[in-house]
Design a protein. Structure first.
Lengths: 557, 533
C-alpha cells in the first residue's frame, strides 16, 4: 500500500474531531481551571512568604490565608481529576466511527482482495491503529489548546507584576513553538517510519514463532534467533537516529525554560538589591519577585506536557496513514459495463465475462455460460487455469472487468448462498456457536441433524454437553477435514438454494472425503444448485455437467 | 507480581546500563529542583539584604556562588535531560530485543509443539501484545518508582537537617501516602479491570481474526454485518472500561499532587514557627517548600505506569506459561542406518492414545508408504517418528530425518530464504534445480526478482498447490538420509503430481523415504504400503 499524503492524513484526522467536540471542550475548560488554581496557589504562597518573612506578621494572623491556600489546592486537584475524566471520553465516538468505516471498506473489498493481507494485520488496523487515535484526541488536542491559554494567563499576571520579567518570558516563548515546529517536522517523518518498523519487527518475530516447529525440524532455530537479533539491532540503530533529532525538541524547550528561570531569578535578585536602576524593578517586592519565579516554570509546563504528548500525535498520524491507505485501497468497480444480467430466475448466467488482475493478462477470457437451477456443475482443469477465479466471481467476491453475471435473475451476492472455501473455518466456542454463526435461529435438533449429515455427530454425541461442548477442548482443535465438514454442516443447516465449493475434497483424508461426497450427493438430491471445482474423479461423477477450465476459457468436457 | 520476576531478572542483566540511566534521571530531577530552590533562596536573601541596604545598613551578599549555581543547574538540567532520554531509550530498545530473542529462544527450547494447530491464529497476535507490554517495564515503572522513593527520602533528610525531626517525619508520612496512592493503591484499584482488559482485548482480537477467516462464508451467508456489529459492540465496551481506568489514574494523580502540595504548605507553616523563634533563616524557609513542590515532577510519572501494571502482570503471566518446557522430551536414539520402532504408544499426553504396540523396521534405502483415514493417527505417527511429539511408550531409533509436515508453513521472506531452511549451504543453481523438479522454476523465472521474490503473509501470492510444492522442494534440499513426507501432494493437481512424483523418486535415490497419505495415489512410489485402521 502506498503511504498517504501527510497533509491529507492531518485533514482526515481533524475532520474526525467533530463528533467529540463536547468532550474536548470540557477537557480544555477543566485544564484552564487548573491553570487558574495554579496561579492562585503560587500567589498565595508568595504572599504568605512575603507577609511572614518581610513584614514579619505572626503566624496566627496568617491562618486565613493558609486555609484559603488549602482550599485552592483542593480545587486544583478537583480540576485535575475532572480533566482526565473528560479526556478519557474524547475519542470514544472517533474510534467507533473509524471502526465502522474500516469494516465498510472490508466489505466493499470482498474476501478475495482481503486475503492478500494477513488477518492479523487487518485486525491490527481495526484494533490497534484505531486505538492509537485515542492519545491524539484525549491528550494531544486538548493540550495543544491549553498550551496557548494557560501561558497567556500567566503572562498577563507576570506583566502586571513586572513588565520586564514579562518581556523575558515573551522573548523565550515564541522561539519555542518555532523550534518545536522545525524539529517536529523532521521527527514526524521518522516517527512514522519508526511505527512501520515496529510493526515489521513484530511481524518478523511472529512469523518465526508461527513457523517454530518447522524451524526446529530443520534445526534452524539458532539461526532464526540470530536473524531476529540482527534485525532488532538494525531497527534499534535506525530508531536511535530518529530519537537523536526527536529529543532535541524537548531539549530546546527544557533549555529555554531553564534559562528563562535563571535569567528571571538573577534579574529579580539584582532588582531586589536595588542594583538595577532602570525599568520597573524598583517596584519589586519579595511577593512579586517570588510569584514571578514560581510562575515561570508553570509558564513552560503546558508546552512541556505537549511535547510529551507529541508521540501521541505521531502515533495517531502513523496509524491514520495506514488506516487511510486501507480506506483508499481501490475496490474493483461494482459494475464495469452497462450490460444488465439475465433476469431469468431459473438460471445462472455468465455473459461475455472477462477478468484480469491490475494490468496483467486476462485470467478469464470472454466466458459465456448458462447453468440451470438444480444442476450440479463441476469445474475441472489444471491449477491456475481460472477455476477459483470463476467461483469467486460467481460468489460476488470478484467483479468481472467486462461482461455480466446474474444468479437466478439477481446480481451476484444479493441472495445468501453456501460457500465452502479451501480452508474450513471455525471459531473458538461450542459446536452450537459455530453452526449458529450463519443460522442464528437454528434449533438444537436441526444442529444435531446437520452435524450428522456431515459425519461429525460422533464427535459430539459422547460429550457431556453435546452440541454445547467446546470445540478443541482437548487442545487438538479440528483437523482440516473436520473443519471443512463443519463448514458443510452450516450449509446443510441454512438450506441455501445455491452452494459454491472450491475444491471441497482437496487434501482430505479418506473418511472426510467420503462424508463430503455423501453430503454433496444429499444436497444435490435435495434439488440444490451445486457449483464446484475439483481434480477429484469421484466428485466429477456427481456432475450433471462437467466443464474444463483451462487458460481462462471454459469448455464442456 | 511473582510473574514479573523472570522478566525483571532479564532486564537486570543490563545492570550497568540501568544504573547509569537511573543516575542520569536523578541528575535531571535534582537539577530541576535545585534550580528553582536555589533561585527561591537567592530571591529571599536579596530581598532581605535589599531591605538592609534600603535602611542604610552595611551588609554583605555573595552573588557569585548562587548566581553560578543557578546558571549551572539551568545548563545541567538541559544536558542531563537530553542525555538521559537518549541513553534510556537506547536501553529500552536493547531490552526490547533481549525480551523478544529470549522469548523466542525459550520457546524453541521448550520442545517441539505444533503451536499453531494447538492454539489457533490469534494466539500469535496475543503474544505480540503481551511482549509489547513488557517493553516499557523499566523506563515507565521500575526507574520512576525507585527514583521517586529515593528523591523523597533525600528531601525528608534535608528537612531533618535544616528544620527538625518532627517536621521531617510528618512530611515522610504525607509523602509515603502520596507514593502509595500513586502506585500500590492505584494498582490494587485497577488490577482486576486492567488485567482483564488485556485478556478481553486479546479475546476480541481472536474474534476479529476469526471474523476475517470466515469472511467468505459469512459474506456468502449474508451475516457479515450482523457479526461485525457484535465485534463493534465489544470494542466499544472495551473503550469504556479503558476510560474507567484512565479516570481512576487521573484521580490518583490529582490526590498524589494534592498531598505533595499540602506537605509543601505544612513545611511553610511549621517553618514559620521556627523562623519566628529564629532557628531557621528566611531564605531556607522559602527554599524548602519549593523543593517539595519539585517532587511533583517525579511523582507524576507513577500513576500512569501503575494503572497499567495489572495488564503488564497479566501479560507476563501468559508469556510465562508459553515458555514452560513441555513435559516430556522425545527420546530418540540417532543411528546411522535403519529405522526401528519398537512397541510405540502414540498420542498426546492426557488424551487416549491414538495407537498402541506399533512396531516398524525400515531398512536403509527402503520406500514405505503409509495410508490412513482421518483419525487413524497418521499425522500423529508421522509427528512421533519425526520427533515432533514424544512417544508415550516404546523406543525409537532412526537416522537424522527431514520432515514435511501436513501443514504448509512458509515464512514472510524471499523464496531463497524459505528454501535455504532445508539446506543453508545450497547454491542458487541447486535451488533452481529443485524448483525445476517440482515444476516451480518457470513460475519464479517469470517474476522480476527470481529467487528473491518476496512471499507475502502465509505465502499468499502462491496458490495452495504451489505453496505445497515449494515446501516439498525445501525438504528435498535437505541431505538427511531419512525423509518423512506427510501428504506431500496436498492441493497439487493430478497431472502435475503424476509428472513430478517419479522425478522426486529419482532425486531421493538411495535414501530412506516414508510417505504418508489419505490414499495410495497421494504417496511417492513405495516398496511397501502400510494401511492404518
Amino acid at each position: 500500500m502506498e503511504p498517504s499524503d501527510p497533509a491529507r492524513v492531518r485533514r482526515w484526522l481533524s475532520g474526525l474531531t467533530k463528533s467529540s467536540q463536547r468532550w474536548i471542550r470540557a477537557t480544555v475548560l477543566a485544564g484552564v481551571g487548573v491553570g487558574l488554581a495554579t496561579i492562585a496557589q503560587m500567589a498565595l504562597l508568595a504572599w504568605l512568604v512575603h507577609q511572614g518573612v518581610i513584614e514579619q506578621h505572626p503566624l496566627a494572623d496568617l491562618t486565613p490565608a493558609f486555609l484559603a491556600l488549602v482550599t485552592v489546592l483542593v480545587l486544583r486537584a478537583l480540576g485535575q481529576g475532572l480533566q482526565t475524566r473528560f479526556a478519557s471520553r474524547c475519542s470514544e465516538e472517533v474510534r467507533r466511527d473509524v471502526r465502522r468505516q474500516l469494516h465498510r471498506k472490508w466489505q466493499s473489498l470482498g474476501p478475495v482482495a482481503l486475503s492478500d493481507t494477513s488477518a492479523a494485520s487487518l485486525t491490527r488496523e481495526w484494533l490497534d491503529h484505531v486505538e492509537a487515535l485515542h492519545g491524539y484526541f484525549a491528550r494531544f488536542l486538548p493540550q495543544m489548546m491549553l498550551s496557548v491559554f494557560v501561558p497567556l494567563m500567566i503572562l498577563a499576571v507576570v506583566f502586571w507584576l513586572d513588565w520586564l520579567a514579562g518581556i523575558f518570558l515573551v522573548l523565550s516563548a515564541p522561539l519555542i513553538p518555532l523550534f518545536m515546529a522545525l524539529v517536529g517536522m523532521g521527527a514526524e517523518k521518522v516517527n512514522q517510519q519508526h511505527f512501520e518498523t515496529v510493526s515489521r519487527l513484530s511481524g518478523q518475530f511472529l512469523d518465526k514463532v508461527r513457523g517454530l516447529t518447522t524451524l526446529q525440524l530443520f534445526g534452524q532455530t539458532a539461526q532464526a534467533s540470530d536473524a531476529l537479533h540482527q534485525r532488532s539491532d538494525q531497527f534499534r540503530l535506525i530508531t536511535l537516529k530518529t530519537l537523536k533529532i526527536a529529543f532535541l525538541s524537548s531539549a530546546v524547550l527544557e533549555f529555554f525554560a531553564s534559562v528563562a528561570i535563571a535569567v528571571i531569578a538573577i534579574y529579580i535578585g539584582f532588582g531586589l538589591l536595588g542594583y538595577i536602576s532602570f525599568g520597573p524593578s524598583s517596584e519589586l517586592t519579595l511577593f512579586s519577585g517570588l510569584l514571578i519565579l514560581l510562575l515561570a516554570p508553570e509558564f513552560f509546563q503546558p508546552l512541556r506536557t505537549l511535547s510529551q504528548h507529541y508521540h501521541d500525535r505521531a502515533a495517531a498520524l502513523g496509524a491514520s496513514a495506514e488506516i487511510m491507505a486501507r480506506l483508499d485501497q481501490p475496490t474493483s468497480p461494482v459494475k464495469a459495463t452497462g450490460l444488465p444480467g439475465s433476469s431469468d430466475a431459473a438460471v445462472i448466467d455468465f455473459h461475455r465475462v472477462s477478468l484480469c488482475y491490475d494490468t496483467g493478462p486476462e485470467v478469464i477470457r470472454n466466458v459465456t455460460l448458462t447453468f440451470r437451477k438444480g444442476e450440479t456443475i463441476v469445474l475441472t482443469g489444471p491449477s491456475g487455469g481460472g477455476k477459483s477465479t470463476l467461483l469467486h466471481m460467481l460468489a460476488g467476491f470478484l467483479q468481472p472487468v467486462s461482461g455480466s453475471i446474474s444468479i437466478f435473475g439477481k446480481p451476484c451476492g444479493e441472495q445468501p448462498f453456501g460457500w465452502l472455501g479451501q480452508k474450513g473455518f471455525w471459531i473458538q466456542g461450542s459446536w452450537a456457536d459455530n453452526l449458529r454463526m450463519t443460522s442464528p435461529e437454528a434449533s438444537d435438533i436441526a444442529i444435531e441433524k446437520a452435524l450428522h449429515q456431515v459425519g461429525l455427530a460422533d464427535l459430539v454425541e459422547h460429550r457431556e454437553h453435546g452440541i454445547y461442548s467446546m470445540i478443541g477442548e482437548d487442545g487438538q482443535g479440528l483437523s482440516g477435514g473436520q473443519a471443512r465438514r463443519l463448514s458443510l454442516a452450516r450449509i446443510f443447516l441454512a438450506d441455501y438454494d445455491l452452494v459454491i465449493l472450491d475444491e471441497p475434497t482437496a487434501g482430505l483424508d479418506a473418511t472426510s472425503e467420503i462424508h463430503v461426497l455423501e453430503a454433496l450427493h444429499k444436497l444435490s438430491e435435495a434439488g440444490k444448485t451445486l457449483i464446484l471445482s475439483t481434480h477429484h474423479q469421484a466428485l466429477m461423477t456427481l456432475a450433471d455437467r462437467l466443464l474444463i477450465v483451462h487458460d481462462g476459457e471454459v469448455k464442456d468436457a | 507480581m511473582r510473574d514479573l520476576r523472570p522478566w525483571l531478572n532479564l532486564i537486570l542483566q543490563r545492570r550497568g546500563r540501568l544504573a547509569i540511566g537511573a543516575l542520569l534521571l536523578l541528575a535531571t530531577l535534582i537539577s530541576g529542583i535545585a534550580l528553582l530552590a536555589l533561585s527561591g533562596w537567592f530571591l529571599t536573601e536579596t530581598a532581605l539584604v535589599g531591605l538592609l541596604f534600603a535602611a542604610g545598613v552595611q551588609a554583605y551578599i555573595n552573588l557569585y556562588v548562587p548566581g553560578g549555581g543557578i546558571r549551572f543547574f539551568a545548563v545541567s538540567r538541559t544536558v542531563a535531560r537530553y542525555l538521559e532520554r537518549l541513553y534510556n531509550h537506547n536501553t529500552v530498545l536493547q531490552l526490547l530485543t533481549d525480551i523478544r530473542v529470549a522469548l523466542f529462544d525459550q520457546m524453541a527450547q521448550a520442545g517441539h509443539r505444533d503451536r499453531g494447530r494447538q492454539k489457533g491464529a490469534h494466539w500469535l497476535s496475543r503474544l505480540t501484545a503481551d511482549v509489547d507490554a513488557l517493553d516499557t517495564l523499566y523506563l515507565r515503572l521500575v526507574a520512576p518508582a525507585c527514583l521517586a522513593a529515593l528523591v523523597a527520602l533525600l528531601v525528608v533528610l534535608l528537612l531533618w537537617l535544616l528544620l527538625n525531626l518532627t517536621i521531617a517525619l510528618t512530611v515522610l508520612v504525607l509523602l509515603t501516602g502520596a507514593f502509595v496512592i500513586a502506585s500500590w493503591l492505584l494498582y490494587l484499584r485497577t488490577r482486576t479491570l486492567s488485567g482483564e482488559l488485556s485478556g478481553r482485548q486479546e479475546h476480541l482480537r481472536g474474534e476479529v481474526i476469526e471474523h476475517l477467516e470466515g469472511f467468505s462464508e459469512l459474506t456468502a451467508a449474508g451475516r457479515i454485518g450482523k457479526h461485525a456489529a457484535l465485534l463493534k459492540r465489544q470494542s466499544l465496551a472495551l473503550d469504556k472500561d479503558q476510560a474507567v481506568i484512565e479516570t481512576r489514574t487521573g484521580w490518583h494523580l490529582a490526590i498524589t499532587q494534592l498531598l505533595i502540595n499540602l506537605s509543601a504548605l505544612l513545611v511553610l507553616w511549621a517553618g514559620f514557627a521556627l523562623f519566628e523563634s529564629g532557628s531557621v533563616s528566611g531564605p531556607v524557609l522559602v527554599m524548602l517548600p519549593i523543593v517539595l513542590l519539585g517532587l511533583n515532577e517525579v511523582f507524576a510519572m507513577l500513576p500512569d505506569a501503575f494503572g497499567k501494571l495489572g495488564a503488564t502482570v497479566a501479560a507476563a503471566k501468559r508469556l510465562n506459561e508459553e515458555v514452560e518446557p513441555s513435559a516430556v522430551a522425545p527420546a530418540i536414539s540417532i543411528t546411522s542406518t535403519a529405522l526401528t520402532a519398537t512397541d510405540l504408544t502414540i498420542g498426546h499426553p492426557g488424551t487416549a492414545p491414538v495407537m498402541t504396540h506399533f512396531s516398524l523396521t525400515i531398512k536403509a534405502g527402503e520406500r514405505l508408504g503409509i495410508v490412513g483415514a482421518s483419525g487413524s493417527g497418521k499425522s500423529s505417527l508421522a509427528d512421533t517418528l519425526a520427533g515432533v511429539i514424544p512417544a508415550l511408550a516404546g523406543t525409537l531409533q532412526r537416522p537424522a530425518c527431514a520432515y514435511l509436515t501436513q501443514s504448509t508453513v512458509l515464512f514472510e521472506d524471499t523464496v531463497k530464504a524459505n528454501l535455504r531452511l532445508g539446506n543453508a549451504k545450497a547454491t542458487d543453481a541447486e535451488l533452481w534445480r529443485v524448483l525445476e523438479l517440482v515444476e516451480l522454476a518457470e513460475r519464479f523465472t517469470r517474476e522480476d526478482e527470481g529467487l528473491n521474490t518476496w512471499l507475502g503473509s502465509s505465502g499468499n501470492r502462491l496458490s495452495g498447490g504451489e505453496a505445497r510444492r515449494l515446501v516439498l522442494a525445501r525438504v528435498l534440499l535437505s541431505g538427511a538420509p531419512l525423509m518423512i513426507l506427510d501428504e506431500p501432494f496436498t492441493g497439487v493437481d493430478t497431472d502435475t503430481r503424476e509428472r513430478i512424483a517419479p522425478l522426486i523418486d529419482r532425486w531421493l535415490e538411495g535414501r530412506t523415504v516414508i510417505s504418508l497419505g489419505h490414499g495410495p495415489e497421494a504417496l511417492l512410489p513405495s516398496d511397501h504400503v502400510l494401511h492404518l485402521n
